[in-house]
Ligand binder design. Structure first.
Ligand SMILES: [Zn+2]
Length: 187
């Protein structure tokens, strides 16, 4: 038995189920709970009705730098920092709370969520490992996900420097929402 206390196990099962509901992959479940792989597989199947996808997570820091993921990741990180600094919540609890808020906000804006829970979790791990940082945009003043140790002085975010291909009206709406949220969750 990996777990000594039944109460601890019950808490882990509850958390694992919530993480699976939010889209977590096995790697995240194994890192964040003390449950056996067999138990986690069972929980996953019960909640989702299918087996989890196999294989390692292919994420690198580069994914978070592309336009849309960067905007979504920055919004999530704004919320995460808010919970960490203002509410004194940390680790997985802060990730889950921030992710709920991110989903609510993105869905209210009728935007497809680009950031999965597992990616959000990976993002926080990249911050903890000092691979990424939040950099302030010199145009809008918002804080955005950027490579750690990159020069920050003349940084302009993706929202202030939008690619021309996508629909302008839609992008303008996303920009307004994200900037408002980032200003409220200010670091
Ligand atoms: Zn900006």
């Amino acid at each position: 038995m990996k777990n000594k206390r039944i109460i601890d196990e019950a808490e882990d099962i509850h958390r694992a189920a919530e993480m699976v509901r939010l889209g977590a992959r096995m790697q995240m479940l194994e890192a964040e709970t003390r449950l056996s792989r067999e138990k986690l597989l069972k929980i996953y199947k019960e909640v989702r009705g299918v087996s989890p996808p196999k294989g390692m997570l292919p994420f690198s820091t580069d994914w978070f730098m592309t336009w849309q993921p960067n905007v979504h990741s920055s919004l999530f990180m704004g919320y995460y920092r808010f919970f960490e600094r203002r509410e004194g919540v940390s680790g997985l609890d802060a990730i889950i709370k921030a992710y709920h808020l991110y989903l609510d906000q993105i869905e209210a804006g009728h935007v497809e969520p680009a950031l999965s829970l597992t990616r959000a979790w990976t993002l926080v791990r990249f911050f903890d490992a000092d691979l990424l940082q939040l950099t302030q945009c010199r145009t809008c003043g918002g804080y955005f996900v950027a490579h750690a140790h990159d020069p920050t002085r003349n940084y302009v975010c993706g929202l202030c420097n939008m690619p021309s291909r996508a629909g302008k009206t839609r992008q303008a709406a996303v920009r307004k929402m994200v900037l408002r949220e980032l200003a409220e969750a200010v670091v």
